[in-house]
Design a protein around this ligand. Structure first.
Ligand code: HEC
Ligand code: HEC
Length: 435
């Protein structure tokens, strides 16, 4: 409702025309190649431009005509009612012109990406976050392997991917943009001749998607019960509090060492990730069609989707630590969507090393193939911090009751605007209070 009315206000304002005139004036002196960036703007002008870009991005996000199939929008995979993650339990979604080309990775939530730092191989935390002197190694960037830094650059990936929105090239995207009801707004913001320059048009579209993805109400409301609890405005149940303690205890879950659960020194709410690139080795997922090829491995940072670090064997198997906010809405977990309940994920952390046969495939002779989605030559990259690092047969770091408690705690991380849909989703039926 709010979305509709805001859109109407924007469309109804003479702002479009005013912006068109104003921005075109500003754009005149700039060279063709730099025309995407307006000249110096006054604060009200900058504010109006950002607001216009956000609403344009919102409209485009829900527009299936931007796909080769004409049937798939960003929202088809990133459903606003599922924390901008997938509504389905499928490990990967279908895309392409005929919607018959399977993807290779689970669709992440787009909430709480505003805090993801640009990718770097050597990450030092700021004074607000923690110890400034420790090199945390490869960190940040968007997508599971951090291969692009900003939403505005990321958007070209799904628009052009043969297994996502499937446009052949920038010109195909421009053809769709020209026909769109909001073409006039794009011209107002980026110049009347923007569509004559396909690469710039793609960048313009990226600016709009990127602006929308920075909208706080849509993407980082911090409205979960845990946020209210941190603010002293809500209480957690005894079980949720036990779960939080286990989540933070370095000898138990140790989850918070990567999925940060406390506000930063400057008071910024916790993101439930430190954005680090880590090899967890979730089980190989036979339901991903690409995995029918026994020689195919998704190795994250070292490829094949990411190409600039392919010679870094020490990076193979590393994926970006996702935020756990809204994680209870998901029905497929990890980059390969291999697990389908939150309880299984937490149990996997507890028993990956103590009971590998529970998670990994078996060879013909019955022996377990541990860490079967990461070739043995790269298994030295595996993270072995608690709760990992125990020997097969040893007691796990978490009991069954501990696991239930952590799952209950994770349920407090769902944003307020998502809670009702969560109650309807089959994933929620597995929450401990129902079992
Ligand atoms: C067919 C499903 C599909 C569609 C359609 C789709 N995406 Fe995605 N999106 C994904 C998958 C899968 C990933 C993870 C890709 C990877 O790690 O390589 C992803 C990742 C992202 C990310 C990075 C998230 C992160 O955690 O770093 C952003 C931002 C994003 N998509 C935005 C968009 C936008 C904007 C559109 C529309 C222009 C879009 N997506 C369309 C499936 C989709
Ligand atoms: C050493 C860092 C680290 C620790 C410790 C850690 N995680 Fe993770 N977590 C990750 C990374 C990295 C991924 C993504 C791995 C992948 O997909 O390959 C992940 C993924 C997840 C996911 C799946 C999220 C999604 O969107 O699919 C859940 C749930 C999760 N972790 C919960 C936990 C819990 C609960 C604990 C404690 C028992 C924990 N993690 C401890 C790094 C960590």
């Amino acid at each position: 409702m709010a979305r509709m009315s805001r859109q109407k206000i924007w469309a109804g304002l003479p702002l479009a025309a005013a912006a068109a005139a104003g921005l075109l004036l500003l754009l005149q002196p700039l060279s063709a190649s730099s025309r995407l960036l307006p000249g110096p703007l006054s604060r009200p002008e900058a504010f109006a431009r950002a607001a216009a870009l956000t609403e344009l991005g919102r409209t485009m996000f829900f527009d299936p005509s931007l796909s080769a199939s004409g049937a798939q929008s960003c929202a088809s995979c990133h459903d606003p009612h599922h924390g901008f993650g997938p509504a389905s339990a499928a490990p990967v979604e279908m895309g392409g012109p005929g919607l018959d080309q399977p993807g290779v990775r689970a669709v992440p939530s787009l909430r709480y990406l505003q805090a993801v730092p640009a990718f770097t191989e050597h990450y030092f935390e700021s004074e607000d976050e923690g110890d400034e002197s420790v090199d945390n190694g490869p960190t940040g960037g968007l997508t599971w392997d951090g291969r692009v830094d900003h939403g505005r650059d990321q958007a070209a990936i799904p628009l052009l991917s043969p297994f996502e929105m499937g446009n052949k090239d920038a010109a195909a995207v421009v053809a769709a943009l020209r026909q769109a009801p909001y073409a006039i707004e794009i011209k107002a913001l980026f110049g009347a001749d923007i569509f004559d320059r396909p690469e710039d048009s793609l960048k313009a579209a990226g600016e709009a998607f990127g602006a929308f993805e920075q909208s706080p109400a849509d993407f980082y409301p911090y409205s979960s019960r845990y946020d209210a609890y941190l603010a002293g405005k809500a209480t957690l149940t005894a079980q949720e509090l036990r779960g939080l303690k286990l989540f933070e205890d370095p000898d138990k879950g140790n989850c918070a060492s990567c999925h940060r659960s406390q506000p930063a020194n400057d008071g910024e709410p916790p993101q439930f990730t430190d954005f680090g690139m880590i090899a967890i080795a979730p089980p190989r997922n036979p339901a991903i069609p690409a995995n029918r090829d026994a020689t195919y491995y998704d190795l994250g940072l070292c490829g094949p989707l990411r190409t600039d670090l392919h010679d870094r064997a020490d990076y193979c198997g590393l994926f970006r630590t996702p935020s756990l906010r809204n994680v209870a809405l998901r029905r497929s977990f990890f980059h390969n969507g291999s697990l389908h309940s939150l309880r299984d994920v937490v149990a996997f952390y507890a028993t990956r090393d103590t009971d590998p046969g529970r998670w990994y495939s078996h060879a013909a002779d019955g022996t377990v193939r541990p860490y079967d989605d990461l070739p043995p030559v790269y298994q030295g990259n595996l993270n072995r911090d608690a709760p990992f690092g125990r020997k097969p047969g040893e007691a796990p770091a978490l009991t069954d009751a501990d696991i239930d408690d952590i799952v209950a705690f994770l349920g407090t991380l769902t944003d307020a605007d998502q809670v009702n849909t969560a109650a309807l989703s089959p994933a929620a039926v597995r929450e401990p209070q129902q079992r």
